[in-house]
Design a protein around this ligand. Structure first.
Ligand SMILES: Cc1cc2nc3c(=O)[nH]c(=O)nc-3n(C[C@H](O)[C@H](O)[C@H](O)COP(=O)(O)OP(=O)(O)OC[C@H]3O[C@@H](n4cnc5c(N)ncnc54)[C@H](O)[C@@H]3O)c2cc1C
Length: 484
């Protein structure tokens, strides 16, 4: 089977024996948990659209391994065109879910691990790439969702892994055995972990010789013995437990993050993709982060499209749509959103082939893309709140609207233009609240800031890639100063 249906995906999750804690309780059935389910629906959309002929070109690709049609989330980019299609696919999914659809981290991880293991084997004579390709073949055949797990809890940020008071603050090898390794530690902020079949663990920073035990990469089933999860809270998450579908803002879709803990987990050698080759950990981080910074030029733009549409409807519904300043604010939102998209497309179009054959984005442009993402969604959200008016945070609940007596009062006082039902106005304001302040704000705002690395991480890469020396030579040539 190369493509799972959405239902097959859901059924496959039911077979996993995940150990998940949510708000202090062990969850019996994560798939049907009302707080988790909307995030599962978002991942489901990546399967559903792949079955739709209308989206086939973006959502699927031809595997370079088998020649079969596979979901693009399981594909290694074989051209710049593939990189461009990836960003377009992400924008589409952002538009369809208005949430984080979670499957990008795994796609970005496989693409990074492919080229790095290939180059590592060439240089060191190791055999990791062959193992990786075996895993990828299974991932493509079974259309798996894979969690890309990079970020360690990191403890004292001023200290390297080996100098931390608690060794578990970075995932590390605790035992080397004939048949494999045993690892302990944790990965924080893991997007879509509870909706994943497998996890692909990577080191989180460049490391030195003394950190060799922490330079470890491997794949593991998400329900492997010794792995458990603690589900992350989101603003307004318990609205998902309420009846009704207005107050939650986006009833159907969401995203999630979790702390993923490894308590002495055994990893057979065939699943180990790096073990001690510390000199390659920095390259893996750089490539994964590069792909993930490209991703945000697609997914955040798709959610931005929904937010701009919601803001425009809010203006329509309160009768202010003709005001020139509101029209201009919508233009500004579009301008910012399309600038992010332009960066996502540009770093893809300028992609190049790596030694393994997999295409890599232009790293400078991908970092510029993400640096803009740390800013523009905040400005877009600010403008959406301006256009929405204060009601998006002071409005009564759906229960009040449905109440036999006070419902009439809510109807009367919260109507904007006479032709639009009050309920529609409430729905659109709740959607804006959801994306700017509620559960979806995790993916749209704070993930824009820290996901794929905090702003300073991009500035370091821009400094490295920006080639100021060459620019000095350009200036000298124009100014008539001899080159050295
Ligand atoms: C919504 C969301 C989803 C995410 N999804 C994933 C995922 O799926 N997989 C994954 O692996 N990761 C994921 N991440 C993690 C993300 O990559 C990290 O949040 C990011 O790398 C920043 O790390 P941190 O959150 O620990 O922040 P911190 O390290 O605590 O950084 C806080 C501030 O301190 C600064 N700082 C930190 N260390 C230093 C230092 N040594 N010197 C100087 N300044 C420093 C930073 O620049 C930043 O300004 C996600 C994060 C978010 C918010």
């Amino acid at each position: 089977m190369a493509l799972k249906t959405a239902q097959q995906y859901e059924d496959s999750l039911r077979k996993l024996k995940l150990k998940v804690y949510l708000q202090g309780e062990l969850v019996d059935n994560p798939v049907d948990h009302p707080i988790i389910k909307p995030s599962m629906n978002s991942v489901k959309m990546t399967y559903e659209l792949a079955q739709d002929p209308q989206y086939e070109d973006l959502m699927t690709a031809t595997s370079h391994l088998s020649g079969e049609k596979v979901n693009r989330f399981c594909h290694l980019h074989q051209s710049s065109e593939d990189l461009v299609k990836k960003v377009k696919m992400q924008r589409l999914l952002g538009q369809k879910t208005a949430a984080c659809f979670q499957r990008c981290v795994g796609m970005d991880a496989i693409n990074a691990v492919d080229s790095v293991t290939f180059e590592m084997d060439n240089k060191l004579g190791t055999t990791y790439h062959k193992r990786f390709i075996k895993f990828l073949t299974m991932m493509q055949e079974e259309d798996l969702t894979v969690d890309g797990a990079m970020t360690d809890p990191k403890g004292d940020r001023g200290l390297p892994p080996s100098k931390q008071e608690d060794a578990d603050l970075f995932v590390h090898v605790v035992e080397r055995r004939q048949d494999g390794i045993v690892v302990s530690g944790a990965k924080a902020h893991q997007t879509g972990a509870i909706n994943s079949h497998w996890i692909l663990v990577m080191p989180t920073i460049a490391m030195g010789r003394e950190d060799a035990d922490y330079a470890v990469s491997f794949v593991a089933p998400a329900d492997a013995e010794g792995i458990f999860y603690i589900y992350g809270r989101q603003s307004c998450d318990t609205r998902k437990l309420e009846e009704g579908d207005i107050d939650v803002g986006n009833k159907q879709f969401g995203g999630h993050e979790a702390l993923m803990v490894f308590d002495n987990v055994f990893i057979p050698w065939e699943n180990v993709l790096m073990c001690g080759e510390y000199e390659f950990s920095g390259l893996l981080v750089e490539r994964f982060a590069g792909y993930h910074r490209q991703s945000y030029g697609g997914c955040k733009v798709g959610v931005g499209d929904v937010l701009i549409g919601a803001a425009a409807l809010a203006a329509d519904y309160n009768g202010a749509a003709k005001a020139s300043h509101l029209k201009d604010k919508l233009i500004e939102m579009v301008h910012l959103n399309e600038t992010l998209y332009a960066c996502g497309i540009a770093c893809s179009a300028e992609g190049h082939k790596t030694a393994s054959g997999t295409y890599l984005i232009d790293l400078l442009l991908a970092n510029v893309c993400k640096q803009n993402v740390t800013r523009f969604p905040y400005e877009i959200a600010r403008l959406a709140e301006d256009i929405a008016g204060g009601l998006m945070v002071t409005m009564p609940s759906e229960k009040d609207l449905r109440h036999p007596e006070i419902g009439k009062v809510v109807e009367k006082y919260f109507r904007g233009v006479a032709s639009v039902p009050t309920e529609y106005r409430m729905r659109i304001l709740r959607l804006i609240e959801n994306i700017t302040l509620g559960t979806a704000a995790v993916g749209y705002r704070t993930e824009s800031m820290h996901g794929a690395g905090s702003p300073q991480a991009q500035r370091i890469m821009i400094a490295r890639q920006g080639n100021i020396e060459q620019k000095k030579e350009l200036a000298k040539a124009i100014a008539g100063i001899p080159a050295q």
